[in-house]
Design a binder for this molecule. Structure first.
Ligand code: SF4
Ligand code: SF4
Length: 446
């Protein structure tokens, strides 16, 4: 069995948030393989902890992908400030051709387009992917999972940072499918009464009101914040309110565009123009919407750049959705040319943290080895880009930890799902498979 088949069998998907099935991504011949360890979301530390504690496995995964794709170069992109992880990686790459590329501490250093430019000096064609210029980018946790796949270990657990108003901010490996509530309890539980929960990160993440929602293969963090925190208030606004405020209050100052890292790299992203689309209707608005097409939804414009706290990112997202629904493709200049100020208009992470009102939560979340056996897990059939996996079990079936419970539909882009505990299938619907154990749950912290 080749690497692609092993990775497909293990259900590996992009663990950095996107969830693209990895067996498809590595089925190519490229010049470079880049390990994305940039981890730029404020408060999230799980990739740094993973690289520090499991550097050898990350490097092993990188070597395997380089071999499978016949790549000449393997480079790990990591922030210089993560000194312990950098040192662990240096030891792990000793004697190999793999290099480390140190990054400054700015947001969004982890955007694939930005990282590729930083590491290789190359720009991905607009609306393209790294493969178009002979590059594959894998998140460091995906590489860890690839190394596991070659030892027949499927993706049934997830590295996670749980932080904010919790007793013991920490990073740990959680069984896929446990609830947000359980993840928060593992970190000692909330320290405040009325709180809100953000999944993934403050910038690209979203509020999750349902604490029974499951931890998935792509989730990077769980952040507990006071319900009245300004960031919570901003993220709680309904879409129609965002649009109404934007329509009436945008003064076209352009700060959102002038600080957009993709605009600065030379891509034709102009959120201030997309904001104009809010005042138009039907086809006239499409003229303005096109400047949102290449947006990566990093959130910098809405949560940092706009002095009026408007929502250009959300306007870009809506524009992209509408353009896609209408079948309108991006058209524009190729290739992009970086702006003369590109290097000087980066957003320092510390400045961003302060602006978001998160300084008091900017704390370490060290790795803690846990042994957690939940009483039940809820496994979404869609934890990846593509179509949902198809259940291959029935209600009442007994399953073993690591057993396949949902398969890739024939000929489709999808990823396998495995049981993350031993138990009995108690429910299957169009979205989720539920597995329950007979015995009580237990938690041991190392
Ligand atoms: S920064 Fe805000 S006010 Fe200025 S153009 Fe952008 S959305 Fe409008
Ligand atoms: S969210 Fe805003 S800053 Fe980020 S890429 Fe899109 S337009 Fe640019």
């Amino acid at each position: 069995m080749n690497l692609k088949e092993k990775v497909q069998k293990a259900g590996v998907v992009g663990a950095g948030g996107a969830g693209f099935p990895t067996h498809v991504k590595i089925d190519a011949q490229v010049e470079y393989v880049i390990a994305n360890g940039a981890e730029c979301e404020p408060l999230i530390h799980k990739d740094g902890e993973l690289m520090e504690r499991f550097a050898e496995k990350v490097v092993e995964g990188l070597k395997l992908v380089m071999e499978a794709t016949k790549a000449s170069y393997g480079i790990i992109g990591i922030k210089e400030k993560k000194a312990r992880a950098v040192e662990a990686l240096r030891q792990a790459i000793a004697g190999t051709e793999i290099k480390i590329h140190l990054l400054d501490d700015y947001y969004p250093a982890g955007d694939e387009v930005m990282l590729v430019y930083e590491v290789t000096g190359k720009l991905i064609p607009p609306a393209g992917i790294p493969l178009h210029i002979g590059i594959v980018v894998n998140n460091v946790e995906s590489l860890y999972n690839i190394a596991n796949a070659t030892q027949n270990i499927p993706v049934i657990s997830k590295f996670l940072t749980v932080t904010g108003n919790v007793k013991q901010p920490m990073s740990f490996i959680a069984p896929v499918g446990i609830s947000l509530k359980e993840a928060i309890e593992i970190a000692g539980g909330p320290t405040i009464g009325k709180y809100a929960v953000l999944t993934d990160g403050p910038m690209m993440g979203s509020l999750e009101p349902n604490l029974d929602a499951p931890i998935t293969k792509t989730m990077s963090g769980v952040i507990v914040l006071p319900a009245e925190h300004h960031l919570v208030e901003r993220k709680s606004r309904p879409a129609d309110v965002m649009t109404t405020i934007g329509k009436s209050a945008c003064d076209q100052c352009r700060f959102c565009t002038d600080r957009c890292h993709r605009y600065l790299l030379g891509y034709d992203v102009q959120p201030h123009n997309v904001m104009r689309s809010l005042g138009y209707s039907a086809s006239d608005a499409d003229y303005w919407r096109k400047w949102g097409y290449l947006c990566c939804e990093c959130g910098l414009c809405s949560l940092y750049s706009c002095p009026e706290e408007l929502y250009p990112k959300e306007a870009c997202r809506t524009s992209r959705q509408i353009l896609r629904e209408k079948g309108i493709q991006w058209k524009g200049e190729v290739p992009p040319t970086p702006h003369i100020m590109q290097e000087y208009r980066r957003t320092p992470l510390q400045q961003l943290v302060k602006h978001l009102g998160l300084t008091e939560y900017d704390q370490p979340a060290p790795f803690v080895a846990i042994d957690y056996s939940p009483q039940q897990v809820r496994l979404p059939l869609s934890q990846h880009i593509g179509v949902p996996a198809e259940p291959v079990i029935r209600v009442g079936d007994k399953v073993k930890k690591g057993q396949v419970i949902a398969e890739i539909p024939r000929g489709k882009l999808s990823a396998r799902i495995h049981a993350s505990i031993d138990g009995t299938i108690t429910n299957i619907d169009s979205e989720i498979v539920c597995v329950k154990r007979e015995t009580e749950s237990f938690l041991k912290l190392a």
